[in-house]
Design a protein around this ligand. Structure first.
Ligand SMILES: Cc1cc2nc3c(=O)[nH]c(=O)nc-3n(C[C@H](O)[C@H](O)[C@H](O)COP(=O)(O)OP(=O)(O)OC[C@H]3O[C@@H](n4cnc5c(N)ncnc54)[C@H](O)[C@@H]3O)c2cc1C
Length: 404
């Protein structure tokens, strides 16, 4: 069996590691010219399936936490704080019973790429497939042949377009939220105050003020007393994708001024991260969320994993989690498959698709509704983060130690 994997992100690389462990032949094709070509994002929580991943991946991989922990070198557990109106401080944190690793995205990708031969600069242009095999053609004029092709090419998947013969613009749904995103480096007492809100990240929801904020640590810095932080200020806005929306052309200073005005009624400790952000730290590009619900997929030699099949908003921190589940499940199926028997291929892929789409679509819907005003105003509704119901979490003093 030879498997062609399109996309060297979280899904493509984790599938490749599972196949490497099983000795299954594969190639990975990534459109980017190299590992530095694109910002990989800030940080992502990995939980519930850490031991399954370690079991499914080859033994030459370093430990996930040692390789990717965004809090390194601080001696603090991964922790998410949630601040909802009318409730005590809620949260979840890394414990021996419920391990959570919050991974810095670039380090996570490097970890997932351990001992893999990624073919860079291979942007898929078209695909041909029938019951006998699959061929993929790249923009650089080259091509490859295999028995199966896995589309792990993210939210705007070209593989999905080929499989469904529908453009992404017809399938992706707008999430009616305006978002302004900022980044800032904090040190000393200001860094400690941000960590106290949630070592890894926190969500502040305020339906009465009309917005909510996700504040996160991208990563701690080697000095042990500073870190890079990011925030996403969001509020409902059904017109966010209109070409003449003010966020399409607003300057960084205009966006920051807008946020500072909106947050002026927040308690001081939640305002601080915005007030310390320079205009140059505000993202220039407008940020528009879209998600994807697919009812069904054809079963054959072309298969989807991850965002290509079920892109979701990050409000429950589950997109990457479901991508890993897809690759764990698919790799087990491939390990037992006779690819020369097309009936067996179709049956196995149909079974995979059914479970994957039901699980993924549920997560897409739950993620979209997680911060809805009706849900966050209901002080009895259950809040889920990292697949756990969050619990009251008392505030703790943060003590940092400067490193040489
Ligand atoms: C701001 C933000 C925060 C998030 N936080 C979390 C979190 O805390 N927890 C969580 O579980 N999930 C989170 N997610 C979701 C998570 O990032 C995604 O679900 C996950 O990255 C999906 O993996 P993927 O491999 O399917 O797609 P991607 O990671 O997008 O990878 C797709 C890859 O395919 C490549 N590619 C695309 N087109 C082509 C082509 N034509 N040819 C070749 N290669 C191609 C791309 O360059 C890319 O490398 C977050 C997402 C966002 C946007």
């Amino acid at each position: 069996m030879h498997v062609l994997i399109v996309g060297g992100g979280l899904g493509g690389l984790s599938l490749a590691q599972c196949l490497r462990k099983q000795g299954i032949s594969f190639e990975i094709f990534e459109r980017d010219a190299d590992a530095d070509a694109r910002f990989q994002g800030w940080a992502i929580g990995i939980h519930t399936i850490i031991s399954q991943l370690e079991e499914a991946f080859p033994d030459d991989m370093p430990g996930l936490k040692e390789a990717t922990n965004h809090l390194d070198p601080l001696d603090l557990p991964a922790q998410m704080g949630l601040y909802y109106p009318g409730r005590p401080r809620l949260g979840i944190q890394d414990t021996p019973e419920h391990p959570i690793v919050r991974s810095e995205r670039r380090r996570l990708r490097d970890w997932l790429a351990t001992n893999l031969d990624i073919q860079w600069g291979k942007r898929v242009k078209s695909i041909e497939h029938d019951d006998n095999g699959v061929s993929v053609f790249f923009e650089d004029g080259t091509s490859a042949k295999g028995d199966l092709l896995v589309g792990a090419d993210g939210i705007k998947s070209v593989v999905r377009e080929h499989l469904l013969q529908k453009p992404s613009s017809e399938l992706l749904q707008l999430v009616p939220l305006a978002a302004i995103v900022g980044e800032v480096t904090l040190s000393g007492e200001a860094f400690k105050r941000q960590l106290a809100l949630g070592h890894s990240a926190y969500i502040f929801v305020s339906p009465d003020l009309g917005f909510w904020n996700f504040g996160g640590l991208h990563h701690a810095l080697p000095d042990g007393v500073s870190g890079r932080h990011y925030w996403m200020f969001m509020h409902p806005d059904p017109k966010v994708a209109d070409p003449d929306h003010w966020l399409q052309t607003a300057t960084q200073q205009e966006k920051l001024d807008y946020v500072l005005k909106a947050v002026s009624k927040m308690p001081e400790k939640f305002r601080e991260v915005f007030e310390l952000t320079p205009a140059s730290g505000v993202k220039k590009e407008p940020h528009i969320w879209r998600d994807l619900e697919l009812e069904s997929l054809p079963a054959g030699r072309v298969i989807l994993v991850g965002d290509a099949a079920h892109a979701m908003t990050p409000f429950r921190g589950e997109g990457g989690y479901h991508t890993f589940i897809d690759t764990l499940k698919l790799s087990k199926i491939l390990g037992k498959l006779d690819v020369t028997d097309i009936a067996a291929v179709k049956a196995a892929v149909a079974e995979y698709n059914e479970e994957m789409l039901e699980r993924g679509t549920d997560a897409v819907r739950s993620s979209r509704n997680e911060q809805s005003a009706s849900k966050t105003k209901d002080t009895k509704s259950k809040v889920v983060s990292a697949m756990q119901h969050v619990k009251p979490m008392p505030e703790q003093e943060i003590i940092l130690e400067a490193r040489a």
